[in-house]
Design a binder for this molecule. Structure first.
Ligand code: HEM
Length: 520
């Protein structure tokens, strides 16, 4: 069929327009000698289009695969690579301090979780600092030590659950157990209410699955946030919330429950419902640091959602990994018991205090090793230096010795997957080996400096001290029982998908154990 004049003009315009745009992009992103990023190694396609990252984050093998690809790219191109047109990844422990100095966060932990008003989602330095300053007093080491009674009562309850499973034919899902434990602590501390998910492990299982399902969608939400919001808004608008997938409905219910609690706290000036424990949101309500608009229900609801999700998922994951290896490697359990036994001989008849547990070198080494293998946050924790140009000199690889310019405002990151599995730092990196953290030699202190499961710099984890305290108390309880793995293997605690945090293969039921009394 012959084309008419208008059709010919239209096709010519489209072809020429596309060609010109492509030509411009190729020149701008790959060839322009004035753009220092063009000299940074990496696949041309990644430098040309952000769809390369989107493909590995969202679609390849079900998504969450970019960390694995990035590691392969480093093997080929060396320590610095361009992983998107305006993004750089560096796999060199020596450069960590530079990237994670006091910086701005670019794409952020909170983005995929849709908690725009939270501390984790604050993009600019000043807003982040204000929110962080308001929260810091509750999560610093001293404040956490004062929480010992709350933590201890939850740890005793955890022991009660372990004890209740010392019956024939019963299998305990410790992934659910630790989810409930961390969640109870965070919610009680946040809202001042008495939370008790530990009493209902079926509900804990459901909530754990809901959170996993939300996290599985987080890469899509990161890349297509506006579309996801628009689409779910339309679904809810036209068909009502019941048309959403069950996990999403549960998350919405969880958010609205937090909202109601926050509304009640804001409307409770006489503190009628405040329990004895210090509670974060009562104190944020009265915080002199936050201006009134930072105390809105919407903002505090986002803050609560991030605190509870981050404060539940990560400690629960580390504890689950620990429990797995205590059952899988009896020699680790044995050594831990010996250390606790020895500590008790110094304080006969007394419970070991939290500060004693935090000073037990082997116990802390076990926790460090579980944190290393948990990888903390697996997404790219990107930082930007808004007005500083950084220079990186390749320390290995085909271009060793070459200096590269990272222009100001370029998002840059180092994945924990790259550092924590660096063979030079951690020989045989996938092996669980607490010994790596013992001693005070230079090698061990360098390792400690490089480890970044809690992040680094001004945006590092807020809950680090709390996490270490609750993990130490739970671990002491675990050693009082024998644990035998039930239909669980190493894949259940391994890294297969990057959905903000490490996810095991689909279908993993979590770590399940048979619990028995400790044989004397
Ligand atoms: C083993 C336990 C934990 C691990 C491995 C962990 C890991 C991390 C990491 C890596 C970051 C930094 C993300 C970034 O740099 O972009 C982070 C941030 C954060 N974490 Fe944790 N976390 C843990 C426990 C907790 C707990 C118990 C809480 C409860 C309060 C918490 C609350 C937060 C918050 C609010 C942020 C954002 C901080 C900010 O942007 O200033 N985390 N966490």
């Amino acid at each position: 069929m012959a084309l008419n004049w208008w059709q010919e003009q239209l096709i010519t315009t489209i072809v020429c327009g596309t060609g010109a745009l492509l030509g411009y992009l190729v020149y701008d992103r790959l060839l322009d000698p004035r753009n220092p990023s063009t000299r940074i190694p990496g696949p041309k396609l990644a430098a040309l289009t952000a769809w390369y990252a989107t493909y590995y984050d969202c679609f390849h093998k079900g998504g969450g695969q970019y960390p694995f690809k990035i590691k392969q790219l480093h093997d080929k191109y060396g320590p610095i690579i361009r992983i998107a047109p305006h993004e750089v990844h560096v796999s060199d422990p020596e450069f960590l301090e530079k990237i994670y100095a006091t910086r701005n966060r670019n794409s952020i932990v909170g983005d995929g979780l849709m908690v725009d008003g939270s501390v984790g989602s604050a993009k600019d330095f000043a807003t982040h600092k204000m929110r962080r300053d308001a929260l810091n007093p509750f999560f610093c080491h001293k404040a956490v030590m004062e929480l010992e009674p709350l933590l201890r009562s939850k740890a005793s309850q955890l022991r009660g659950v372990l004890e209740s499973y010392v019956v024939p034919n019963s299998v305990l899902n410790v992934s659910d157990l630790f989810f409930a434990y961390s969640n109870d602590i965070l919610r009680t501390f946040s809202f001042g209410s008495e939370e008790n998910l530990l009493a209902n492990l079926d509900e804990a299982h459901k909530q754990r699955e809901d959170l996993a399902s939300l996290l599985r969608g987080s890469n899509i939400a990161n890349h297509f946030g506006s579309l996801v919001r628009l689409f779910s808004g339309l679904v809810v608008g036209f068909k009502g919330p019941q048309a959403l997938p069950p996990a999403m409905r549960d998350i919405i219910a969880f958010r609205s429950q937090s909202r109601k609690t926050i509304e009640a706290i804001l409307a409770d000036p006489s503190d009628n419902y405040k329990c004895a424990t210090r509670s974060v949101f009562y104190e944020l309500r009265d915080s002199p640091i936050l201006p009134p608009h930072e105390k809105s229900v919407d903002r505090l609801q986002d803050e609560a959602t991030l605190l509870i999700m981050a404060g539940t998922e990560s400690p629960a994951k580390t504890l689950t990994i620990t429990a797995f290896y205590l059952a899988y490697m009896p020699e680790v359990m044995h050594r831990l018991r010996e250390e606790l036994y020895e500590a008790r001989t110094h304080a006969p008849g007394q419970k070991l205090s939290l500060s004693t547990l935090l000073n037990l070198s082997y116990m802390q080494a076990v926790i460090m090793e579980a944190n290393r293998l948990s990888l903390g946050v697996t997404i790219r924790m990107q930082r930007t230096a808004p007005s500083e140009t950084l220079i990186y000199t390749a320390s290995y690889g085909p271009k060793k010795g070459t200096a590269y310019v990272i222009p100001a405002n370029t998002p840059m990151s180092t994945l924990t997957w790259c550092t924590h599995t660096n063979e030079t730092l951690f020989p045989d990196p996938l092996r669980f080996d607490p010994e790596r953290w013992l001693g005070s030699g230079q090698e061990v202190s360098y390792r400690k400096r490089c480890m970044h499961s809690f992040g680094k710099g001004n945006r590092r984890c807020l809950g680090m001290s709390l996490a270490n305290a609750e993990m130490s108390l739970a671990l002491a309880m675990l050693t009082e029982y024998d644990l035998k793995l039930f239909e669980t293997d190493e894949s259940d605690v391994s890294f297969h998908y990057d959905f903000q945090v490490a996810h095991p293969p689909h279908g993993s039921k979590g770590v399940r154990v048979v619990v028995s009394k400790l044989a004397n």
